[in-house]
Design a protein around this ligand. Structure first.
Ligand code: TMP
Length: 196
């Protein structure tokens, strides 16, 4: 089973993912994230840091990292009956590169989503940590690439569009509440879905 955590930068998703890692530490769970630390992940981190022009290059670096992640981590874990909890996954690409490629394509979010069809593994549950853009900005060091208000608002809109297209998969958690409460709410949803 594959469960993903999604949200804009500063939504608190990585903090929740780390908390879950401490609390759900049995062999049943595998914790992973995108971008990964593979050589493909490293390559794209360099690209993210240094290059804002090569938007398609960036998309396909994220895709290469994802392909490597699916083959080397996601599929083997699922084949071994593990529950995989992944911090960022396909929807991050749809939301972020959907934003970056906005002026290049008529429907970039759909384009990116469809690039995954037929070979990738889609999650059974995606928890979206919903925060206001202003909350997210107040939690971030604003020197980073995606951290301006307009960009975050556009990325959040893309997430909302994907969530509306896939209501059965998405579960929205209020990320404005205190850290402990958010993490407990996420854990409850995960355990309920496993139970089902
Ligand atoms: P992180 O802050 O969760 O480590 O993610 C690094 C940045 O990469 C973050 O701004 C989101 C962005 N990102 C994409 O643009 N596309 C993707 O497919 C993924 C996984 C992350």
């Amino acid at each position: 089973m594959l469960i993903t955590l999604e949200g804009i930068d500063g939504s608190g998703k990585t903090t929740v993912w780390k908390q879950l890692q401490e609390e759900l530490s049995s062999d049943e769970f595998v914790f992973t994230r995108e971008p990964t630390t593979s050589k493909y992940g490293e390559l794209l981190r360099e690209n993210l840091a240094s290059d804002t022009e090569n938007r398609f290059t960036e998309l396909f670096l994220f895709m290469a990292d994802h392909a490597h992640h699916v083959n080397n981590t996601i599929k083997p874990a699922i084949n071994n009956d593990k529950v995989v909890i992944c911090d960022r996954y396909i929807d991050s690409r749809c939301a972020y590169q959907g934003h970056t490629l906005d002026s290049d394509l008529p429907n970039p979010t759909k384009f990116v989503y469809e690039l995954h069809n037929g070979w990738s593994v889609f999650p059974e549950l995606t928890i979206f940590l919903d925060v206001n853009v202003n909350t997210s900005l107040s939690r971030l060091d604003t020197s980073e690439k995606f951290e301006t208000e307009n960009k975050l608002a556009s990325i959040k809109e893309n997430y909302e569009e994907i969530a509306t297209m896939d209501v059965d998969r998405f579960s929205i958690v209020n990320g404005e509440e205190n850290r402990k409460k958010v993490s407990n709410n996420v854990k409850k949803k995960i355990l309920e879905r496993i139970e089902e």
